[in-house]
Structures are given as structure tokens and as C-alpha cells.
Design a protein around this ligand. Structure first.
Ligand SMILES: N[C@@H](CCC(=O)N[C@@H](CS)C(=O)NCC(=O)O)C(=O)O
Length: 287
């Protein structure tokens, strides 16, 4: 569980906050996962929007709360928790009355969620190239400079290496864009994972046990994003598609995943251009 220490937190006002506060962004996959778990668990929270499109995660204020500059962040009675999977597991254990983590599978759940988190930069790689056009510099120099300077730079009292990993990702993407090689590598990691899932879902209704759990939510989010990027789910993984759609349509999911008509149109336009130039996700990753 990543609960920040007092010395990690520079925006001190949050230490006084009562109740459940969630810093999030509508289109962020980790925020979507957290909000959907909160919806399913009937956890009421005060939302605080951090607009990633405007670089609000790189402000002194937000980096003072989350030194990694990532969403989501949970503030619970003055405690600051980061990392979406940790937030969800913490909330399931300490806040919710409707459990999404079966009692007898806590260890396995954690390891499945870690494997999911390991694919996060792969999801970002695909997202940056196959959603709306992102311009020459995906993250401005000014934002990256702020990212390096603001906040304590420590997590649980230790100098945090995650921020450097993030900075490297954005600098590389700014310099050379998202390469075909990177797309291929990332898309094929997902394909391998979804192939396994397809076999499992042939004889099972859910990913773990026989009821909806956090890992189902986590994968609905990833798959929803992959489809948004043009991933051919039905063709490659028909059993996953049969499991995915009924969940995706539930109101607790739909309210968090529906995008604005303007964003959808920007993505559609980008996809039309990619079809004309044979550079869709299917073309690039050879799916
Ligand atoms: N491992 C982290 C990943 C969080 C993460 O990468 N969040 C993304 C949005 S999904 C973010 O804040 N990105 C910052 C940016 O795009 O500048 C978690 O699970 O919370």
C-alpha cells in the first residue's frame, strides 16, 4: 500500500481534510478504474478534477499532494494514498461495505493487479498514438520542467524513481514520437495476455472466482481503451468480447467511460486518416 508520509506531502491543507476525496481525471484509465470500483462499492467521495490535458498534474499544488504527478490520489481523513490499485484495495478493506476483493484471494488479486499495472506504460504508448492527434510535443518543456522541480520527490520517505521513469517516457515521446517498434511491442504484450484470458473465459464467467471483482474492472478499462484505439477484440478474442460488453454497458461503468462527442470525433478523424495511410493499430502491430 502506498500511503504517503508527512514529509512527502508539501500541500499541507489536505492533511486537514475529512472524508473521502479523490483527485482524478475523466479520461485517465487509472481514475476510471478507481471511480468504477467506488461506484460498484457505493463509496461516496468528493471529486477533485486534475485536468491532464491542461497539465494540472504538474502544478506545485498537485505535485505537493502526489509527488509522482499521477492520478488518481485518494485523500482519506487526511491520509494521502497513491497508486490506483493500492487505493482500490485500501478502500475495499477500509471504506466499502460491498467487497470487490474476495476474502480468500487477496494475495492472488494483488499479484494480478501488479501484472496489470506493469502494462500501464504499454497502454499509454498505444493511447498516445491511436487516439486523438497529440501535436509535436506531447508534454510541453515547461510542464516537464515543473514536474522535475515541484513536490518533495519522495514517496514513503524515499527518493522516488518513478518520476524519472515518467520523465523519460515523455522526453522520448517528445523527441521521436511513439515508434512503430514501441507500438508492436506493447500491442503484442496485450495480445498475449488477452489470448490467455480468452482461454480462461471459455469456461468461466469472470477473471477470478465466479463473481465480479477488481481484476474484472481493471481489465474492462484496459480493453475499453484498446478498442478506442482500434484493437480488433471480437476477431482476436471472442470469449473476452462476450465477457467485456455486458460489463462495459453497466451504468457504473458506462458513466465513467463515455467520452464527449467532440473527443470521439477527433479520434474517428484520426482513425480515418490512419486507414487511408495504412497506419492503424492493426497495420502497425500486424494484428
Ligand atoms: N501506477 C499508477 C499509474 C498512474 C498513471 O500513470 N496515471 C496517468 C493517467 S491514467 C497519469 O496521471 N498520467 C499523467 C500524464 O498523462 O501526464 C497508478 O496505478 O495509479
Amino acid at each position: 500500500m502506498v500511503k504517503l508520509l508527512d514529509t512527502d506531502i508539501m500541500t499541507r491543507e489536505v492533511l486537514e481534510w475529512e472524508g473521502v476525496h479523490l483527485f482524478h481525471f475523466h479520461g485517465s484509465s487509472c481514475s476510471q478504474k478507481t471511480r468504477i470500483c467506488f461506484n460498484l462499492s457505493h463509496i461516496d467521495y468528493t471529486p477533485h478534477v486534475v485536468d491532464l490535458f491542461k497539465g494540472e498534474n504538474y502544478t506545485e499544488y498537485y505535485l505537493g499532494i502526489n509527488p509522482r504527478g499521477l492520478v488518481p490520489t485518494l485523500v482519506y481523513n487526511g491520509e494521502v494514498h497513491i497508486e490506483s490499485n493500492d487505493i482500490i484495495l485500501f478502500a475495499d478493506e477500509n471504506i466499502s461495505n460491498f467487497k470487490l476483493v474476495p476474502q480468500d484471494s487477496k494475495v492472488e488479486m494483488r499479484s494480478r493487479l501488479e501484472a496489470e499495472d506493469d502494462l500501464h506504460l504499454d497502454l499509454r504508448t498505444i493511447t498516445m498514438r491511436f487516439t486523438q492527434p497529440r501535436g509535436d510535443k506531447i508534454r510541453s518543456d515547461e510542464n516537464l520542467q515543473n514536474y522535475q522541480e515541484f513536490g518533495s520527490g519522495t514517496v514513503e520517505g524515499i527518493l522516488d524513481i518513478n518520476r524519472d521513469r515518467e520523465l523519460n517516457f515523455w522526453r522520448k515521446a517528445n523527441d521521436g514520437g511513439i515508434s512503430d517498434e514501441a507500438v508492436k511491442l506493447s500491442a503484442n504484450k496485450f495480445k498475449a495476455e488477452l489470448d490467455q484470458m480468452d482461454t480462461h473465459l471459455k469456461d468461466n464467467s469472470y477473471l477470478l472466482h465466479d463473481s465480479l471483482s477488481v481484476i474484472d474492472v481493471a481489465w474492462v478499462i484496459y480493453i475499453n481503451r484498446l478498442i478506442f484505439c482500434g484493437y480488433p477484440l471480437e476477431r482476436l478474442h471472442p470469449n473476452v468480447a462476450k465477457w467485456f460488453w455486458p460489463l462495459r454497458k453497466k451504468k457504473e461503468f458506462d458513466s465513467e467511460l463515455t467520452v464527449s462527442p467532440a473527443l470521439q470525433e477527433a479520434v474517428n478523424q484520426n482513425h480515418r486518416h490512419q486507414i487511408e495511410t495504412c497506419s492503424t493499430l492493426i497495420d502497425v502491430a500486424n494484428l
